[in-house]
Design a binder for this molecule. Structure first.
Ligand code: HEC
Ligand code: HEC
Length: 321
């Protein structure tokens, strides 16, 4: 009997040492560094790319990177990050040579967007990784960042130091990892193939699935369709006042999804933020530069996505539930 107790105590002590050791390791190591993948790229800046890049950036980057004081992409404290992750600031991505991207190569910008790894090797957290975005779209984003648009004109505010919580450090030392650089050219399907093009917009160009599936933690960036509750909403997000807002079910379920919506209603909701039940609010991005063709293609694709019944309390009228 005594021996068993001694063995058990020994075991408990061992577990304790292991857990304490892991905690000390994680606290001391912080957010990990990785080898920086080598990528030579030189993006030709054309007016078409700048305009196309602007449409993507206004939809997918502006909410996080615009500083309300400077009204430029000089970075800010992410206002809607749950407190458990600590304090994370988006970076200055204006053309400033010291504090922004002025001295970064195009390859370095593309690498951080695709993998999350910065030129110093540090893993950038909270920012989504744009793994499935086409090369042409990524190049257009870079072209916009290099343009003379007021949002990216050099601003000398330094990027703030990150204050990740223990949880964020633990996650980045275990499950949250950089995504790989694509090994071949990534091409978008032709817009004439509406369903394939729509899928691309949802998983590649705009990453609608990221917010509109069950939870960021169970999303699958490499194989988006394997994310839990793919496109059926319910992900708990915060607005700028740190109040909870659930993303909504975008599958074609008649009761809890958008199965009873017309194409026109959908286009109106996505491009102008007006759903049949009223205005859509932050963090649903503003897609005012999205074309009607894109919005229609997304609707065509959503018609092919497996239906999941998942009511969210904020699903327009509660009467729907
Ligand atoms: C959810 C918020 C969010 C979105 C959306 C977002 N970013 Fe970021 N971004 C961040 C945060 C936070 C960091 C800094 C992370 C860190 O230092 O760990 C960052 C860092 C960066 C960096 C690295 C800068 C540096 O100095 O380290 C670049 C470049 C960048 N973002 C560009 C973009 C572009 C382009 C888009 C849109 C295609 C985008 N981001 C979308 C939050 C976001
Ligand atoms: C940053 C997270 C985020 C992203 C990215 C996002 N959404 Fe949303 N979306 C939301 C939230 C949150 C709501 C609920 C807003 C509200 O309650 O006012 C919403 C609401 C909607 C609605 C209204 C549905 C209903 O039942 O009323 C539609 C349609 C929609 N989103 C489509 C899209 C499409 C299409 C994309 C990609 C092009 C997209 N969303 C990308 C967060 C997001």
């Amino acid at each position: 009997m005594k021996k068993i107790i001694r063995v058990l105590l020994g075991f408990v002590a061992l577990v304790f040492v292991a857990v304490a050791g892991f905690a000390i390791f994680v606290s001391a190591r912080g957010i990990p560094h990785y080898d920086v993948p080598k990528l030579d790229a030189k993006v030709a800046v054309t007016p078409e790319r700048v305009a196309h890049g602007q449409a993507i950036v206004m939809a997918s980057c502006a909410d996080c990177h615009t500083n309300p004081q400077t009204r430029k992409f000089s970075g800010q404290l992410i206002p809607d990050l749950p407190a458990e992750f600590g304090k994370i600031h988006s970076a200055n991505i204006t053309n400033d040579k010291k504090h922004g991207l002025g001295n970064w190569t195009d390859g370095q910008i593309i690498t951080v967007l695709r993998t999350g790894i910065g030129p110093d090797g540090r893993f950038r957290v909270v920012m989504p990784s744009f793994v499935h975005m086409s090369d042409e779209d990524i190049n257009s984003v870079v072209a916009f960042l290099r343009s003379d648009n007021a949002l990216v004109q050099a601003d000398a505010s330094p990027s703030a130091a990150q204050e990740p919580s223990f949880l964020t450090k633990a996650l980045t030392n275990t499950v949250m990892k950089p995504t790989p650089l694509p090994s071949q050219v990534v091409e978008a399907p032709a817009p004439t193939d509406a369903q394939a093009f729509g899928r691309y917009l949802v998983v590649g160009r705009y990453k609608c699935y990221d917010c509109h599936s069950k939870d960021f933690k169970t999303n699958n960036p490499m194989e988006p369709e394997k994310s839990e509750g793919y496109l059926a909403g319910g992900n708990t997000l915060l607005n700028r006042q740190q109040q909870e807002v659930k993303s909504r079910n975008l599958t074609m379920d008649g009761e809890t999804g958008i199965g009873d919506w017309s194409e026109g209603q959908f286009v109106q909701a996505v491009r102008f933020g007006m759903s049949p039940h009223g205005a859509l609010s932050y963090p649903m991005p503003k897609y005012s530069l999205m074309s009607e063709e894109e919005a229609k293609a997304i609707f065509a694709y959503l018609r092919t996505v497996p239906i999941i019944k998942n009511a969210t309390p904020e699903d327009g009228a509660t009467a729907k539930l």
